[in-house]
Design a protein around this ligand. Sequence first.
Ligand code: ADP
Ligand code: MG
Length: 273
Amino acid sequence: MELANAGVNGSAVLQARGIDKHFGPVHALKNVDFSVHAQEIVALIGDNGAGKSTLINALTGVFPYDHGEIVFAGRPVRFASPHEARSAGIETVYQDLAIAPHLDSVANIFLGREYRQTGLLGRLGFLDKDRMYAETSAQLKQLGVRVPNLRRRLVTLSGGQRQGVAVARAVMWASKVVIMDEPTAALGVAQTALVLNLMRQVRDNGIPIVFISHNMPHVFEVADRIVVLRLGEVVAELDPRQATIDDAVSAMTGSLRPRSMSNDRPAEVRHGR
Ligand SMILES: Nc1ncnc2c1ncn2[C@@H]1O[C@H](COP(=O)(O)OP(=O)(O)O)[C@@H](O)[C@H]1O
Ligand SMILES: [Mg+2]
């Protein structure tokens, strides 16, 4: 089977090679290879506990991994913190909404990138709040993200509104890769459609997206390629134009591929490695 992007150009923007990660006795990632290519939305799917968030956390410096290598823009990297990954152009919407809940939308959008006032006031640490407010307002409007009042702390907003701010922040600052861990989980129908559209726009502007989701219709709607994790292992890579939701679910649950029959899998499901 021909895959959407596999091998098209060997140039992965971001690549994990042989990543291994244990949490005590739990072997959360087993020799995982995963790459993100330019101009693609690659979906990372798998059952709860499959290791999706762990892979993202390892890729973006949330915690160290045991073995393996991460290559970014052609060079081996080891991000020591999510801040380093962000500085390198990789924006992540983390599943746990690791965004500052006690700050307002403006502060969250500009977290770590605050504008200072010009001159002495700026050197004294005074922030240019008006400019940040105006840019946040314009950005959210352009993205179609509606937040009732940009001065309200995130804790007082709905899950969907918070997620909207997190997605807006990622899309606004990413220059190389956007990673979204379950970005539509807290969203209603209209907001979900908006986020899926936004993802296509970002991809079409040349920034690839890693899209983690449990929602198979969403995955099949936007993904160019689907990578399936199961029990910490990449077990399949699917072309959404050819595979079905059933194929994806079967790969996730292992029902198509008992380990003893690993050479006898259906044509639609290709082994990840
Ligand atoms: N910080 C952590 N400490 C201990 N175990 C963890 C931690 N994060 C994840 N795990 C374990 O690693 C495995 C993979 O989890 P996770 O990556 O969150 O799965 P997914 O995102 O696919 O649902 C699970 O068994 C989970 O319990
Ligand atoms: Mg997760």
